[in-house]
Design a protein around this ligand. Structure first.
Ligand code: ADP
Length: 373
């Protein structure tokens, strides 16, 4: 089932009397979510992710715009008539009911013709429990389960009515690191097996990048970029997106384009024949630095941290906008610092150049990967 968001907008009255105007939680969101895909809705806290999800689900009414499931306009339908399954960060299970009773709950609430027979309900509940691999725990109460198991019950409960759309709001945030990793793989598997169009909200870029077919990066209610995770990482639309994706984050320098060269300080670090002269912001991914004795970028060495597969070189430069530069180099690299200086050359593929005022990407040439997904 494809989902179409058309100029979707949500305004809330401003509670702060000193500030005029409404809070625009979501501003003119346009997107056609392809059938059967997993979409990661990503952005910092307060950017409008949950509001968007709640409008798709029907818990919030849009101030403007429309929502379609396939060709059905569902904008004014109540949640129970939309055919959505919803999973929240807090698993919201009924503590006094068993796992089986929790999964059965949405079916038992169906009325009239929609309500399946008792046997049919049992069959559907067991099927959903099998899908999330908790069919051996059906007689337990939620309090007797681990966090990961409880979240699986919540997913089974969301799936039992065979929803047209599955909506997940920060479903992994209450789990510890290992369970989070395991459960996110599990969500990916379940989504692939069922083929249900799924929207997954998270503020964790790594989580979104690892399981989504497409990610939507939002800031302050406005969609910044939509695309395949790797495409967005390699071709960010602007400085905000570039900074939001990747750990350690991209390293941003004050720079300048002059006569077809990219300068940091007075040093030309790359050829940039396609750009016009002027001040720019330069972003360099941690993996974009190459240790090289003749490298043009000379930095003050602060520390070298060896961490298993990789080595982090922590350094400083007067044109760097943050506190410390973090370069990641393969741990087998020979490291020779002279006079506490370290020299780098740069991988052009790992460098991005942004307009100083608008923040828009000048290099690499922006691409729109939404169309061909
Ligand atoms: P996210 O899920 O990305 O953290 P939300 O969608 O919850 O963000 O919120 C988006 C913006 O809307 C925030 O500025 C938030 O304070 C505001 N907001 C959310 N719900 C309400 C509400 N009921 N009343 C007023 N403002 C709200």
């Amino acid at each position: 089932m494809k989902i179409v968001l058309e100029n979707l907008t949500k305004k809330y009255p401003n509670r702060n009397r000193k500030v005029k105007g409404d809070v625009i939680a979501v501003n003119q969101f346009n997107f056609e979510i392809p059938d059967g895909k997993l979409i990661g809705l990503l952005g910092p806290s307060g950017c409008g992710k949950s509001t968007t999800l709640n409008m798709i689900c029907g818990l919030e009414k849009p101030s403007a715009g429309k929502i379609f499931f396939g060709d059905d306009d569902v904008t004014n339908l109540p949640p129970e008539n939309r055919g959505v399954g919803m999973v929240f960060q807090s698993y919201a299970l009924y503590p006094h009911l068993t796992v089986m009773q929790n999964i059965l709950f949405p079916l038992e609430n169906l009325k009239g013709d929609q309500r399946p027979s008792k046997e049919e309900m049992q069959k559907k509940a067991i099927e959903a429990a099998r899908l999330v691999q908790i069919d051996m725990l059906l007689e337990r109460k939620p309090g007797e389960l681990s966090g990961g198991q409880q979240q699986r019950v919540a997913i089974a409960r969301a799936l039992v009515k065979r929803p047209r759309v599955l909506l997940l709001d920060e479903p992994l945030s209450n789990l510890d690191a290992r369970l989070r990793l395991q459960t996110r793989e599990e969500i990916r598997r379940i989504q692939r097996e069922t083929g249900i169009t799924t929207v997954f909200v998270t503020h964790d870029q790594e989580e979104a990048m690892s399981i989504s077919d497409l990610i939507v990066v939002m800031e302050a209610g406005v969609v910044q970029q939509i695309g395949r995770p790797q495409d967005v990482y390699e071709h960010p639309a602007n400085l905000f997106v570039a900074k939001f994706l990747g750990t350690p984050p991209i390293n941003v320098f004050d720079g300048e384009v002059k006569g077809g060269k990219l300068l940091i300080g007075n040093t030309a670090v790359l050829d940039m024949p396609s750009l016009t002269d002027g001040p720019v912001n330069i972003g360099i991914r941690p993996e974009g630095f190459v240790l090289s004795p003749e490298g043009p970028l000379v930095c003050d060495l602060h520390a070298v941290e060896v961490m298993g597969r990789d080595t982090s070189v922590v350094a400083a430069h007067s044109a760097y906008q943050g506190k410390e530069i973090r370069a990641i180099i393969p741990s087998e690299s020979r490291f020779a610092a002279q006079d506490q200086k370290v020299r780098f050359s740069l991988k052009p593929m790992k460098v991005a150049v942004f307009d100083k005022t608008t923040g828009l990407t000048l290099y690499p040439a922006p691409q729109d990967s939404q169309e061909d997904s």
